[in-house]
Each structure stands twice: as structure tokens, then as C-alpha cells.
Design a protein around this ligand. Structure first.
Ligand code: ADP
Ligand code: MG
Ligand code: MG
Length: 975
């Protein structure tokens, strides 16, 4: 049998179903579902998205069987309505409506009142006894058909209407008489004929065919194609076409058309929210020609209509288990549903709706009983609606990482006039960190710090940023760079602070000398105001009003539910007590990565001390310089340990190549020479000597401590002395010393031995009890490949997935911006689905990680394993970490809630991910018997039973699970 291209709905039964969005489009699936559950939906049929695909695959030809199917369904519809399309007496009219699987607001076309012609308009006038209505409907149809189907200019027709009103002295459409509308129809038809060279089509079938093709055509219209590209909507076959019996909201004051949400989409409050325009049709509501009536007022003016709507609201929200966005029409007091879909909502509303749906009923029992009595709600739905309609798991699955992200950042005041906004836009870069910021432009980090200290708000504008800029970056409200991508230095650092950041604005030219920047023909100077929108990547001239959304109560409730479910611990990457405190507020349970080198840039004193250490050519001078650094570092660690109050703190020993710490231009080198009292040439030569062709693979990480063990000595001393000091003050500490970039077990042994030697001596001397861990980052392929040996000398592994991704893929993160975008662009090479620096490459990097986990735990069952790369705050990557049996993920403070959410979602999706039932006790007992895993563990900060992971899952299973998680997630979202 040839495939079926048309699905009928009407008389309480539909051939399609609500879950057939791919095939019927969102609108068609919604119409089918509403019909099936007994809601008043005008009859009609849906031409599938597959038919649209066929149309484009075959030179814009309908599938052979389509015409027959459409004609058969049209007859069926005519029978059901007892009217005929285009009939001279009481004709059937239809709307022809677009609708793909993903809603594309305003992108595609709809034609109303199809079937009207010179004869049937008279029939309609007679049958309804309303000539005004009939001729108004006809002129709407001619207008829509001319513009939408044939593509004639909209404004000419609007102008004719406007002209007529002026001539008739009519203030509104309502003041026009039937003869006026008839006259306008004549003018429209004449315009049509003059423009196209043929008369306005009178044959209803020809009209229908034209409209269907126009809807197909709107799928590939420029604006629709662009919208799909920008919104990253891929892989849809096309649009469906819904042909639907017309009901009329323009039949008088007991008729109208409206749109509503089952809950308030801005606040999430459980109230009926929407607008209704009496005596109007279709898009009149949105067009804003008259002020619509609010639903609350409708309760007073048209109580029966309002009650019908209340019944529908309770029913649809209960049925779909989510807030719905509805379109409806009232014809002479009777309600008809024309569309339903999951409603778009603000981030705050997402939380409130999810939490309230999981904890409170949709309507009260009393309200339910009243609607049942009036027969506007069935008993079955009344019972369901007077209880919570979803459970906590469903509430958690509902929330998306962007909902959290957008909750914490200021945004440009949504009430700000959209037109002025677009005139102020100077350009669009890459949206690195969400949030909006405005301030005065500065071009250097020191100016940023200076102006900030004077109380000014600044935006730091640079070609790119480097570690030396960190102070100025911190002082700025927002950061804008001309180069770089989402994982550039600027983006990574700004993300750590949750600071608005736009990067990669290639069109921007900076003239540092004259302190100006130019962008798309505009030139701005230092001190001029600039506003950045980090969520969109947009840059605006001037100081735009910003608002910070309030954290809703329900956010905390939902995050608490996540914490109760998840197995993975969530830590943060934080280098300062400020970051640490911030992260704790975001729910961090420890620090997974504290980068010590950032501390060296903090003040001039520190910078000088580290530079002195680096240029020293003898052990003694180096040790003397290190001795100056020791108190700084100790003080920093004291601050961090105190802020973390007994939570584990992983501190990484110095990591970057030393040349990053020294000045590269002559002036600064001379400055340094003078300060240190050494000849300039000596500094110059030393800097030259430090130069490496390939510094990322060069003298860095633990290699530095193999050559300069005194650096390790100083850092370990600072850590342990700080820990002893804090312990002495009565605060618990759990230091974990982490050695970066190891490639070999023997290498690591040298360093861990030395670490323990220094640490134990200090602890012994302090006469205090203090335990600490010494472990390594797994960020080179060799460390991962030899993980069984590495584990022998390591208490823990922490995957440094930034470097690991670079080395496994041989991709330089800093240079990949030149070509990687093409690799991930689904319209270009589409080699990868995601940027591997943002979402773990499961096939390659993930495979190696799973292997390293398996090998590591084969040597040491109790090996603690975490991740501290950028991926630790990425949803899909966190799901992988969960499935791979890691103990924790660590990410920047602002991503901590996202990681908590993803960790909980991973458990819910994976089902068996977290054995928390009695079965888990058994697993635990068995695990305890068979392993050397100690009962007490530093990370077990919570009282909730911490399930022991099953022995590392085999790789295939891990990957399969991560994949199904992603899929079931997609499914859950689609619902
Ligand atoms: P969009 O996708 O732009 O919302 P629709 O196909 O939903 O387009 O049509 C827009 C509006 O036209 C609807 O909200 C409704 O008011 C009106 N409309 C569409 N079909 C009908 C119909 N069969 N009867 C009455 N009004 C209709
Ligand atoms: Mg609609
Ligand atoms: Mg690294």
C-alpha cells in the first residue's frame, strides 16, 4: 500500500495522535489529541510532513496519491459538517495552516476563510443573516490569498483598507458597512487581476491547491530557513498542512478569538492568563488593532465562555502534564479549540511551574466539582486535576541547563523598546557567558582596575585576553574580545565568575594607541558607554537598562530535590576564598580544582616574587625568591580552607610554562631588571631561554617540579602549613594535593614521595592530626593508558579534560577556532555534533577515560575519581561521568547548579545509576566484603547513604548508557 499522507480528525475521533509530532507537526498532533480526548475542535485533516518532504524531493510535485487522499478527506469533512466547500448556500469554509514538529513562531503561513467566492459569499451572508460578516470574511480571504499564496505586497492592500476607512469616515473596522466591505473585495480582486494577469480564483479546489502549495513553500522561505539555522533546528522533513473547518469569532459580540496560557508564563503563577478579542478573527489579537479583553474580565462579561475555558484549561494541563499555550475561537458563545502546545516560559516560571505541578493540584476540589456539575470537565480529569499532576522526577527532568543559567544573570530590561534596541546594536559576536552588562569602554586591564577603583563601571575591550589581564577582567562588568571562541582565555575566566562575556567579534578593530574601537562603521572611544548581551553575543551602543531576575523560592526547592536523588558529588573550580564562598552558595560540596598560579598575578609584590624566582639562575636565589612567595600562598590557602569549612579542597601545583609569568617586551623587562637589581641583558636572555616552540607540550605541569623540586617544596609547605593553621583554629580541613600533567608512574612517584616527605614533616612538627591526599590529574593519553600503574602511587585521579581533549584529539584549544566551527556546523562539515571542548567527545576522549577508570580501579578499588575540566559543568558530559562511575564532577561556581541538575537527571534517566533502595544495601555489603575500600572517605560529606558504585562499568555499557540517557532526555523534553 502506498503510504498514507492525510490524517482526518472530527466528530470526536482522530486518525492521528498527540505523539506524532514528527509526522503531523505540532499543530496537527495537538488537534488530533484534543479531538481524541473530547475537546471541541472543528473538524479537518492534516497533510503530513512526509508529503512536504516528497514535494521538495520531487521538483515540487505532490505525491501521486495525495490529490485523491485530499479529495476523499475533503468529502469526509463536508459530510461531517453537512456543508460543501464553496457552496452557493451556506458553504463550508476552511483554514489552511502550516505547522512543523518544532514551533517556528511567525515563520510560516496560514490562510483563513478559504472556499469563499463571488457566489458562496452570498450564501454565507444568507445562511448567517449577516452580510457584513460574510463580506468582511471574503475580503480577509482575498487579502490573505493575494499576499500569502501569490506574494502580492501586503502594504498596498492595507493601504486600500485604510483609504476606504478614511473615505467612509470610519474610526475602526467595525464602523464599516457590508457595502464598504463588498466594495473593498472588488478593489482587492481588481488589484489581484492587474498584478497577476488572471482573475481571482473562484474554484474552491484551485484555491485549496494554491494554499497547500503556499504552506509547503513557506517551509523553504528565506526567513524560515534562516530561523532554523539560527535556532539549530535540523533533520525535520518539512511542514504539515492542516485544513480545518472555519469557526467564526467575527460573528458579533458573543464571538471572539483568543490566546492563553494555562499558567502565567512570566511568573509561573497558577492563574489563567490570556487575552481575548471579541468580534474578531484570527490574528487580530496579535495585530493589536483593538485592546483585547483579559481573561479575568471575561469571567464577568461572558461567564459561560470563561467556564468552558476553565474546563479546557484543567483538562489540557492535566492531560499533557505541562503548562499549555492555547489558541481558541468563540462562535456565538460556543468555544472551539484551535491549537495547543507546551508553553514557552521565563526561567523563573520554569521552576515555579515544575515545582507546583509536582506539589499542588491544578485546581481545587471545589472548583473541579463546579466544572463537573456544569459538564465542562469530565469526572476523570477533575480527579486528576485536583492532585499534583507530575512527580518530582518529572519536575527535575523538565528543567534545562539554560533555565538555570539565565536565572543568575542580569538581562537587558525585557520592557526596553525593541526598535531602539535594534538600532543600537553594533554587532554580534560569540555568546561566551550569558548575562548583560553595561559600562564605559576601557582598552587595558590596568585602566579597568583604575577606573573600577574610582567607582566607575567598565567594559574591558581587548583583542584577546591573557593571564596578565585577570585583574582588569575581574574589575570589569563585562568583557568583549575580537578573537577567540567559547573556550578562549577570556571565556573560561569570565565563566568562572559568571561574568558577561562576548568573544570572537571579528568585525571589531581596536586602536589601542588612540584608544578607540570601530565596529560596523561606528567608532567609540575610551569612556563611551557600551552594553553587552552575553546570552546573545550582541553588542550595543550606550547604557541600556538592565534587570536582575530574582531567584524564585521554587529554584531552591527543586535543587534540593536534585540533591536528594543524585549520586555524583559536585565540586567547584575556585582559586580564591571569594569564588569558594560563592560556589558554596551555589551548592558546591568541595573544590575540585584550585589553580595556584592565578595567585601569582594578584598583586605587584607577588608578580615580582614569581618573576624573581623564574629568572634566578642558582638554587639559592631561587629558594630565596620562593621564600617570599610562601607567605602569600599560605595566606591564600588559609582563606580557602576557612571558606570551605572542612569540605575537600583539591589544590593543583603550578601548571603553566614559566614563560607565561615573565614580561616579553623590552620596557617591562628593563623595569623588572631594575627592580631586581640585575642587568637587563640577563633578564632578556633568561626570557629567551624560556621560549618554547610548543609550550603546551613543553616544560610545564609536574615537569617543572622534576627540574625544580624546590617549587613543589614551597607549594606543599604553604598548603600543609595553612591546613595546620586552620585546623589549629578549630576548623576542619581536607586538603588534596594534585600533581598536573603526569605521564608516568615513576615520574609521579618521585613527586608524591617528595610531597609526602614535606607534608609529613610539617604535620609531625605541629603535633596535630591531619590527613591529606596526594593524587594526580589525568590529562595526557599516556597517563590514562598506564592508569593501573599510576594508580599505585596516587590517592585520586582528576580528569583534566581540557588538556586531555587537546592531546587525545591533537587539537589546540587556542587555535581550533579557525576550523573547529566548520567541524561542528551541522550545515557544513558536521563531523562532530558538539564542540569537544564543551561537551566530552564520548567516542574518543570518553573511551580513554572509561579505560583509565577501569585500569585505575583494578589496582586500587578505593581510588577517588573526578573531573575538573570545563566539561564538569556540561549536562551531557556530567551524565557520562555518572555512568562511568566517577565520584564527583567539578566546575566553575556558576555551573554548579547545572551539574547538580544533570547529576540528578542522570540518575532518573539511567534508572539503575544510583542504587538507593534495599538492593543498594546488598550491593554495598557485597562490595565491602570484596574490596579494600575504606569505610570512611574524605568526600562523604553528606549523611545520605552514598551508594557504592558497581565495579567500573565496561566501556560499551557506559557509552550505551550515556547515549540512551541523551535519547530518553530528548524524549522527555519532546513530551
Ligand atoms: P500560527 O501558527 O501563526 O499560530 P495558525 O494556523 O494557528 O497560525 O492560525 C492563526 C490563527 O488563525 C489562529 O490562532 C486562529 O485564531 C485562526 N484560525 C486558524 N484556523 C482557524 C479556523 N479553522 N477557524 C477559526 N479561526 C482559525
Ligand atoms: Mg497558531
Ligand atoms: Mg591541564
Amino acid at each position: 500500500m502506498a503510504s498514507k499522507f492525510v490524517y482526518f480528525f472530527g466528530n470526536g475521533k482522530a486518525e492521528g495522535r498527540g505523539d506524532q509530532k514528527q509526522l503531523l507537526g505540532g499543530k496537527g498532533a495537538g488537534l488530533a489529541e484534543m479531538t481524541n480526548i473530547g475537546l471541541p475542535v472543528p473538524g479537518g485533516f492534516t497533510i503530513t510532513t512526509e508529503a512536504c518532504k516528497h514535494y521538495y524531493d520531487n521538483g515540487k510535485q505532490w505525491p501521486a496519491s495525495l490529490e485523491k487522499e485530499v479529495r476523499a478527506n475533503l468529502s469526509k469533512l463536508e459530510k461531517a459538517c453537512r456543508k460543501k466547500l464553496g457552496d452557493a448556500n451556506d458553504p463550508l469554509l476552511v483554514s489552511v495552516r502550516s505547522g512543523s514538529a518544532v514551533s517556528m513562531p511567525g515563520m510560516m503561513e496560514t490562510v483563513l476563510n478559504l472556499g469563499l467566492n463571488d457566489r458562496s459569499v452570498e450564501g454565507l451572508a444568507k445562511a448567517t443573516g449577516n452580510a457584513r460578516f460574510a463580506w468582511d470574511s471574503y475580503r480577509r480571504f482575498i487579502q490573505m490569498y493575494s499576499t500569502v499564496v501569490v506574494g502580492l505586497p501586503k502594504d498596498v492592500l492595507e493601504e486600500k483598507l485604510h483609504h476606504l476607512k478614511e473615505k467612509a469616515g470610519a474610526a475602526t473596522d467595525a464602523d464599516l458597512s457590508p457595502d464598504h466591505w463588498r466594495e473593498l473585495c472588488g478593489e482587492f480582486k481588481a488589484f489581484f487581476e492587474a498584478q497577476t494577469g488572471r482573475p481571482f480564483p473562484q474554484d474552491p479546489w484551485a484555491q485549496l491547491e494554491g494554499a497547500v502549495n503556499a504552506v509547503f513553500g513557506s517551509w523553504m522561505a528565506d526567513k524560515a530557513v534562516t530561523y532554523r539555522r539560527v535556532e539549530r533546528i535540523h533533520g525535520l522533513p518539512g511542514t504539515a498542512v492542516n485544513i480545518c473547518q472555519m469557526v467564526f469569532g467575527n460573528m458579533g459580540e458573543d464571538s471572539g478569538t483568543g490566546v492563553c496560557f494555562t499558567r502565567n508564563p512570566s511568573t509561573g503563577e497558577n492563574e489563567f492568563y490570556g487575552d481575548l478579542l471579541m468580534n474578531a478573527q484570527g490574528e487580530d489579537v496579535v495585530a493589536g488593532i483593538r485592546t483585547p479583553l483579559q481573561l479575568v474580565d471575561l469571567a464577568k462579561t461572558h461567564p459561560e465562555v470563561y467556564e468552558q475555558l476553565c474546563g479546557v484549561r484543567a483538562m489540557l494541563e492535566t492531560h499533557y502534564k505541562d503548562m499549555q499555550d492555547l489558541e481558541f475561537t468563540v462562535e456565538r458563545g460556543k468555544l472551539y479549540m484551535l491549537q495547543c502546545r507546551s508553553g514557552k516560559r521565563s526561567p523563573a516560571a520554569s521552576f515555579r511551574i515544575a515545582v507546583e505541578q509536582a506539589s499542588k493540584p491544578v485546581i481545587t476540589k471545589v472548583e473541579a466539582a463546579r466544572l463537573v456539575k456544569k459538564k465542562y470537565l469530565s469526572k476523570r480529569y477533575a480527579d486528576a486535576a485536583s492532585k499534583p499532576i507530575i512527580n518530582r522526577e518529572a519536575a527535575i527532568l523538565r528543567i534545562k541547563p539554560v533555565d538555570i543559567d539565565r536565572l543568575f544573570h542580569p538581562v537587558i530590561d525585557p520592557n526596553y523598546d525593541a526598535k531602539s534596541l535594534s538600532t543600537k546594536q553594533l554587532g554580534i559576536g560569540i555568546n561566551a557567558v550569558p548575562g548583560a552588562a553595561s559600562g564605559q569602554i576601557v582598552f587595558t586591564a590596568p585602566t579597568a582596575e583604575q577606573w573600577h577603583s574610582e567607582g566607575k563601571k567598565v567594559i574591558l575591550v581587548r583583542r584577546e585576553t591573557s593571564p596578565e589581564d585577570v585583574g582588569g577582567m575581574h574589575a570589569a562588568e563585562g568583557i568583549l574580545t575580537a578573537t577567540g571562541g567559547k573556550t578562549s582565555h577570556a571565556a573560561v575566566v569570565a565563566r568562572g565568575w559568571g561574568k558577561c562575556c562576548v568573544v570572537g567579534l571579528g568585525a571589531m578593530r581596536i586602536d589601542e594607541k588612540n584608544r578607540t574601537m570601530s565596529l560596523n562603521g561606528h567608532t567609540l572611544s575610551e569612556g563611551d558607554y557600551l552594553t553587552l548581551d552575553g546570552a546573545e553575543g550582541a553588542v550595543y551602543e550606550g547604557e541600556l537598562p538592565l534587570v536582575t531576575p530574582q531567584l524564585p523560592e521554587e529554584y531552591h526547592t527543586l535543587m534540593k530535590w536534585c540533591d536528594e536523588i543524585r549520586r555524583l558529588r559536585v565540586r567547584t573550580n575556585a582559586d580564591t576564598p571569594y569564588d569558594a564562598e560563592n560556589a558554596i552558595r551555589m551548592g558546591a560540596e568541595g573544590i575540585g580544582l584550585c589553580r595556584t598560579e592565578h595567585m601569582f598575578f594578584d598583586t605587584e609584590d607577588r608578580r615580582r616574587a614569581i618573576q624573581e624566582m623564574i629568572v634566578a639562575d642558582a638554587l639559592e636565589t631561587r629558594q630565596a625568591a620562593l621564600a617570599k612567595l610562601l607567605p602569600f600562598q599560605r595566606q591564600d590557602f588559609i582563606g580557602i580552607f576557612e571558606a570551605m569549612d572542612g569540605r575537600p579542597v583539591t589544590i593543583r601545583l603550578v601548571d603553566p610554562p614559566l614563560h607565561e609569568f615573565v614580561p616579553h617586551d623590552e620596557a617591562k623587562q628593563r623595569d623588572l631588571a631594575e627592580n631586581l637589581g640585575v642587568p637587563y641583558e640577563k633578564i632578556r636572555d633568561r626570557v629567551e631561554q624560556l621560549h618554547e616552540t610548543n609550550p603546551m607540550l613543553g616544560h610545564r605541569g609536574c615537569r617543572l617540579c622534576i627540574t625544580y623540586p624546590e617549587i613543589l617544596d614551597m607549594q606543599v609547605r604553604a598548603i600543609i602549613e595553612a591546613a595546620v593553621e586552620v585546623r589549629r583554629r578549630g576548623v576542619k580541613v581536607a586538603p588534596e594535593i594534585m600533581i598536573p600533567l603526569c605521564i608516568d608512574a615513576k615520574e609521579l612517584k618521585i613527586l608524591t614521595d617528595r610531597t609526602r616527605l614535606v607534608a609529613d614533616e610539617i604535620i609531625e612538627g605541629s603535633a596535630m592530626k591531619l590527613s591529606y591526599l596526594v593524587g594526580t590529574m589525568i590529562e595526557t593519553p599516556r597517563a590514562a593508558l598506564t592508569a593501573d600503574k599510576v594508580a599505585e602511587v596516587s590517592d585520586f585521579f582528576s580528569f583534566g579534560t581540557n588538556d586531555l581533549t587537546q592531546t587525545v584529539m591533537s587539537l589546540s584549544r587556542d587555535d581550533a577556532g579557525r576550523f573547529l566551527p566548520d567541524y561542528v556546523d551541522q550545515n557544513k562539515a558536521a563531523i562532530f555534533k558538539d564542540d569537544p571542548f564543551q561537551t566530552l567527545d564520548l567516542e574518543g576522549v570518553g573511551m580513554l577515560m572509561s579505560m583509565a577508570i577501569e585500569k585505575g580501579r583494578s589496582t586500587k578499588r578505593e581510588l577517588k575519581i573526578g573531573i575538573c575540566g570545563e566539561h564538569g559543568g556540561d549536562g551531557p558530559s556530567v551524565r557520562f561521568c555518572h555512568a562511568a562511575g566517577m565520584d564527583y564532577v567539578s566546575c566553575s561556581p556558576y555551573r554548579v547548579p547545572i551539574a547538580r541538575l544533570a547529576a540528578a537527571q542522570a540518575v532518573i534517566e539511567g534508572g539503575k545509576g544510583a542504587p538507593r533502595t534495599s538492593a543498594s544495601v546488598k550491593t554495598r555489603a557485597a562490595a565491602a566484603k570484596s574490596s579494600v575500600r575504606p569505610a570512611k572517605r574524605a568526600t562523604t560529606a553528606k549523611a545520605t547513604p552514598k551508594p557504592v558504585r558497581s565495579k567500573s562499568m565496561p566501556l560499551a555499557a557506559v557509552n550505551a548508557r550515556a547515549k540512551t540517557s541523551a535519547k530518553s532526555k530528548a524524549r522527555a523534553r519532546a513530551k
